[in-house]
Design a protein around this ligand. Structure first.
Ligand code: PRX
Length: 654
């Protein structure tokens, strides 16, 4: 456990709890809601395994029914053992077979304004063709495939094609650097990489292929690279290794039967930051994950698949994109909007223009985006007719009540329930959230665990807390849970299961109020949450010390009004070296990716350390956030603090 604790955020939360606004579901919403009242919770409480089995049977098509619902050998879960199914069949074939082939799966909008309308039949054909292409490149069941693409339909096609043939995918967000991509490819030992020449962002083409090339130079396992033409930028194609997507697809057969996979067959790896410098390959499998994603997408958003238009603004490179752009929504057979670019191109109202254009009914985004919209002003959404919206969601970080109220009023027109959904890459799907027709919400609270999910807040000693703050734990296995960390079972057991024996420790602080509502307090480990993205302090520190001029670095996440937290770095240079903060920021962007770039780099002669040599991050955070430093008597050398504090104050004034 690090030197931070959930106590730190209590002052803020106490202030929030004072406000006591509540929002019960409106009568007209309740009337049409899939779930009203407590029946689903009651059913799940009596028999959670039976409850999940019913969801699996009702919502998912199986080739072979399971023998055992759950085999739980703590901390290893085996859900629906003996059952077989194909995820791509569930997302595509079954809808086409049910006569919904002409239904739109994706209204895709490119940032420059070009569009594609893709029906379920189109998607099935393209996925089948690409699955044949992958087979032609030698990909077999169990082989890993890396995906490094912009937000274009081919990203979903590639993922589903992998699922169709049982080749686990590992998607790497397009904003990651070549080094991060290479690390992930090497850890997974992937055979094939799917990338693009480039994509659009803020009105310009950002190149991906050069980063993919560099990564491949450092990744001996890659035999083939498939390149989607999107940006039109110049690329170098390596003979025999690199192939254009459109050339391979030209003439590929649309006939590729979806092979049934074991329920516990590895569906994908997704790398996320932990408290060490090495990202963890989170493992998700087939039957339980699909059940969880389909169930939560349907009930948390009160999805009416025939009439709703769903839009999740996440990138497919993150778990939110996996579960709520690809697997959940397509398994539910609904129509979605998928958008390539940023929210402020060409204007600050791009999202609202799209909501109006496509008649979006359910909108799912991150608090950091909402705070940015607030900055741009209520006039932007007011330019558009947003009356199609009926449910709003948030994910990725705690939402402050002010942002919740703004979202409610200016986007939801005061009539849309808001679901604040807490979950993680590891949980696979939503865990704690209101059900919009059943739950009275409080702005800033994720409310209660979903039916079938058991969460408890515990104190330092692991004792359950009824009212007050502590650590968030999950007490029962759930179908979408991670099955491990790729290649590292010890780290899996140590990270999630050792702090509180018998419980999954989420790494988050949480508080229960008198009414039993859960308030998430942010991470309690050395993981930062910047714009809803998880970044490890150690990873950024390693990137900084890999610069030849840097001797030592300490990184903290400081509270930031827009991004939730911001990366702040303190750096000691090697003797005789000189480098400015800007060069170090660029170095981190090159090593990890722009998302990890520190907002501020302070060059300092010393770092505050305890006598045993441990860096006192809490003090560094205090400095970064402009707080007075209290007792520093345990500091080995506190003389540098005045200087650091002055620099931090100057930076805040900028
Ligand atoms: O700290 C919690 C925060 O995001 C972390 C998980 O990050 P990641 O695996 O990248 O997945 C993000 C998308 C699911 C959690 O440990 N978090 C996520 N959702 C919320 C949240 N914190 C508070 N409220 C939420 N709704």
């Amino acid at each position: 456990m690090s030197d931070t604790g959930p106590g730190e955020a209590h002052d803020t939360i106490d202030a929030l709890l004072d406000e006591q606004r509540t929002f019960p579901p409106a009568d007209d919403f309740v009337e049409q809601a899939l779930v009203a009242g407590t029946f689903l919770y009651d059913e799940a409480r009596q028999d959670d395994e039976g409850f999940w089995a019913r969801q699996a049977a009702d919502l998912v098509d199986w080739s072979q029914e399971w023998d055992t619902i759950l085999d739980w050998q703590l901390p290893y879960a085996n859900w629906f053992g003996g059952g077989t199914l194909n995820v791509a069949h569930n997302c595509l074939d079954r809808h086409v077979e049910a006569g919904k082939g002409d239904k739109v799966a994706f209204h895709w909008e490119g940032e420059p304004g070009d569009t594609r309308t893709i029906t379920y039949r189109d998607l099935l054909d393209e996925v089948s063709q690409f699955a044949n292409v992958l087979k032609g490149l030698g990909v077999e069941q169990g082989d890993r495939v890396n995906i490094y693409l912009p937000m274009i339909p081919e990203a979903a096609v590639a993922m589903l094609a992998c699922a169709r043939i049982g080749a686990p995918h590992s998607v790497v967000f397009g904003g990651f650097s070549s080094q991060s991509l290479a690390d992930r490819i090497n850890d997974a030992e992937a055979k094939v990489l799917i990338t693009a020449d480039g994509g659009y962002r803020r009105g310009e083409v950002f190149p991906l292929k050069p980063a993919a090339d560099e990564a491949c130079d450092a990744s001996p396992t890659i035999d083939h690279v498939v390149v989607v033409k999107r940006g039109g930028n110049d690329v170098t194609m390596v003979e025999d290794r690199d192939h254009w997507y459109h050339e391979l697809m030209d003439g590929a057969s649309t006939d590729c039967p979806a092979e049934p996979m074991d329920a516990e067959h590895l569906l994908f790896l997704l790398y996320t930051s932990g408290t060490t410098g090495k990202p963890k390959g989170i493992m998700h499998t087939t039957g339980g994950y699909l059940t969880h994603a389909t169930f939560t997408h349907r009930y948390v958003f009160d999805l009416h698949p025939d009439t709703d238009v769903f839009w999740c603004t996440a990138d497919v490179g993150w778990i939110t994109g996996h579960s709520y752009i690809v697997y959940g929504p397509l398994s539910n057979g609904c129509t979605q909007v998928m958008y390539e670019g940023v929210p402020n191109h060409p204007g600050n109202d791009r999202f609202w223009e799209l909501v109006e254009k496509y008649g979006v009914t359910i909108f799912y985004t991150a608090p950091t985006a909402i705070r940015t919209f607030m900055k741009w002003g209520a006039d932007e959404p007011a330019k558009h007719d947003l009356s199609s919206l009926r449910v709003l969601g948030t994910v990725g970080e705690p939402i402050n009540p002010e942002a919740w109220m703004w979202y409610h009023e200016h986007i939801g027109g005061g009539r849309c329930p808001i679901v604040d959904t807490w979950w993680q890459t590891e949980t696979g799907g939503i865990m704690i959230s209101p059900l919009p027709g059943a739950t009275t919400t409080k702005p800033g609270s994720a409310t209660f665990p979903l039916p079938g999910i058991s969460a408890e807040v515990v104190d330092d000693a692991g004792e359950s807390v009824d009212v007050g703050g502590g650590y968030l734990t999950l007490t029962r296995p759930w179908p979408g849970m991670l099955r491990g960390i790729w290649g590292d079972p010890e780290r899996y057991e140590e990270t999630y299961w050792s702090r509180f024996p018998g419980r999954y420790f989420a790494g988050d602080g949480a508080k229960l109020d008198e009414d039993g509502y859960l308030w998430l307090l942010g991470r309690v480990d050395d993981v930062m949450n910047v714009s809803g993205h998880r970044i490890s302090t150690t990873e950024v520190e390693s990137a900084l010390v890999s610069h030849p001029a840097v001797a030592e670095a300490a990184v903290v996440g400081a509270t930031d009004a827009t991004t939730g937290q911001a990366v702040i770095a303190y750096v000691i240079l090697r003797g005789g070296e000189e480098v400015d903060g800007e060069a170090l920021r660029a170095h981190v962007a090159a090593e990890i990716g722009a998302i990890a770039k520190p907002k501020q780099v302070y060059i300092t002669p010393e770092l505050p350390k305890t006598r045993s040599g441990k860096i006192m991050r809490r003090l560094l955070r205090d400095v970064a956030e402009g707080r007075n430093i209290g007792d520093t008597t345990t500091l080995a050398d506190s003389s540098m603090f005045a200087e650091l504090q002055a620099k931090a104050a100057a930076a805040t004034e900028d």
